[in-house]
Design a protein around this ligand. Structure first.
Ligand code: NAD
Length: 435
């Protein structure tokens, strides 16, 4: 598998080449800023020792990468997955810096991860692992330092355990003035979470989809066919809101494959089926009473190659690479996962005229509502669901409009257009600080 951090650096180098002419009077500072942005400010790593239910002790490698905080505290999720690596968290934290900059929210970028398959842990083991990770991070995070959140395989419940452990650690150190609720986002509603956080990433993506459909001249949403790889938090909410907005979702897939329904599937019923059966691969049927929709089983690779209008990778990174990019038949890709397309694949897709809405813009609804959650925690004043959604919409639409204007002005692809805006904002903040 390609090195995701090398991909992130390659992207930054492409952007820096185009941006350099804006900094001719300040060349040395610009070059120092770009050099610094190629590596995180700091990566914390350790091996966590966890007592397993059978009395044995197991060690799990854990990371927290803090990429850049020129625009505000580090911000980013915590991923539990067996494929987590140092290079992955470094890349993900870099992309968080761009994402927060492109949406204009006052954060830098961070990311954490533990190499673990959480499905192999009992709930008690998972809780012990999450608390041990919080012990490791307690003096490295805080509402004005670094604000973690959920990512792949981490949940609101895990954030609640982390808040609790963090608060205990603060109390031990006599640091009770710190705001434990403002240190983690993606928390459950009953513990300082925000209305709308669960659905925010997927819904934000659909807000972008609406604007993209306008640009592409798609007048009849029903005729816009969408395939989604990944049916977790992001994939499900994207599918549900796209369906509710009138689009036709023809395929969704999970780690073991998925389901294709030519006339469009019902995401809520598909989720109910997934929850009942444990995966999606049997969530199709061929009889008239079919709830999900008449369809067939489909592999993860096939989902990416379907003849659809919009393809939505919403699972893991590097799934579209030089080996399969030419097989993508979608007219546009909305990157809801982080880093799903390699730089080589980017070039192939651009040559083939595939329009791209990059991850840092498309999936920024999540971090934007995380920011709203943090603001509410700091104020101790909570907004209604309606207020949250109505604050999210203009931010997503503005980010998309800025990307499209930049794309047309510089005649570059969507990723380059978005990165130009984001990297410039971060470099400017670093220069303002006198780097
Ligand atoms: P999740 O754990 O809820 O869901 C992940 C999905 O990916 C599941 O459907 C899983 O079955 C599928 N999957 C796992 N391994 C796979 C494989 N090898 N091939 C295909 N599918 C596979 O995670 P999520 O929160 O939905 O995150 C998905 C992506 O979106 C990640 O890249 C994450 O970084 C990104 N993201 C998430 C948020 C958020 O708010 N949750 C915000 C921004 C970006």
């Amino acid at each position: 598998m390609a090195n995701p951090h090398a991909n992130a650096v390659a992207q930054l180098e492409r952007v820096a080449k185009l941006l350099a002419k804006d900094y001719q009077d300040n060349k040395a500072s610009f070059e120092r800023a770009i050099k610094k942005l190629k590596e995180p400010d700091v990566v914390h790593q350790t091996k966590l020792s966890i007592k397993m239910d059978d009395g044995t002790t197991k060690k799990f490698q854990a990371f927290r990468s803090q990429h850049n905080n020129a625009r505000g505290p580090y911000k980013g999720g915590i991923r539990y997955h067996s494929d987590v690596s140092l290079e992955e968290v470094k890349a993900l934290s870099t992309w968080m810096t761009w994402k927060c900059a492109v949406t204009g929210i006052p954060y830098g970028g961070g990311k954490g991860g533990i190499i673990v398959d959480p499905k192999k842990l009992s709930k008690a083991e998972l809780q012990r692992l999450s608390r041990a990770y919080t012990d490791f991070l307690s003096d490295k995070i805080g509402p004005w330092i670094d604000v973690p959140a959920p990512d792949v395989n981490t949940t609101g419940e895990i954030m609640a355990w982390m808040v609790d452990q963090y608060q205990k650690n603060l109390t031990k150190k006599g640091l009770v003035q710190e705001n434990p609720l403002g240190t983690f986002t993606g928390k459950p509603l009953g513990l300082g979470g925000s209305q709308g956080r669960d659905e925010a990433t997927g819904l934000g993506g659909v807000m972008v989809l609406d604007k993209l459909a306008e640009k592409l001249g798609y007048k009849n949403k029903k005729k816009v066919r969408i395939a989604i790889q990944g049916f977790g938090n992001v994939g499900y909410w994207f599918a549900k809101h796209a369906h509710d907005h009138g689009y036709t979702v023809v395929a969704v897939s999970g780690s073991r494959g998925g389901v294709y329904v030519a006339n469009g599937l019902n995401p809520e019923k598909t989720l109910a089926c997934k929850e009942k059966n444990g995966d999606l691969t049997s969530c199709f049927c061929t009889d008239k009473a079919c709830a999900v929709g008449n369809g067939k089983k489909i592999s993860n690779d096939e989902v990416l190659e379907l003849d659809v209008d919009i393809l939505v990778p919403a699972a893991l990174e590097n799934v579209i690479h030089k080996g399969n990019a030419a097989k993508v038949r979608a007219k546009a890709i909305i990157e809801m996962a982080n880093g799903p397309i390699t730089p080589e694949a980017d070039e192939i897709l651009a040559k083939n005229g595939v329009i791209l809405v990059p991850d840092v813009l498309a999936n920024s609804g999540g971090v934007t509502v995380s920011y709203f959650e943090w603001v509410q925690n700091l104020q101790g004043y909570y907004w209604t669901h309606q207020e949250v959604i109505s604050k999210l919409k203009p931010l997503m639409e503005t980010s998309f409009a800025e990307m499209w204007a930049m794309k047309e002005k510089h005649q570059v692809d969507g990723r380059m257009a978005t990165y130009l805006t984001a990297v410039k904002r971060v470099v400017d903040a670093m220069i303002l600080r006198g780097i």
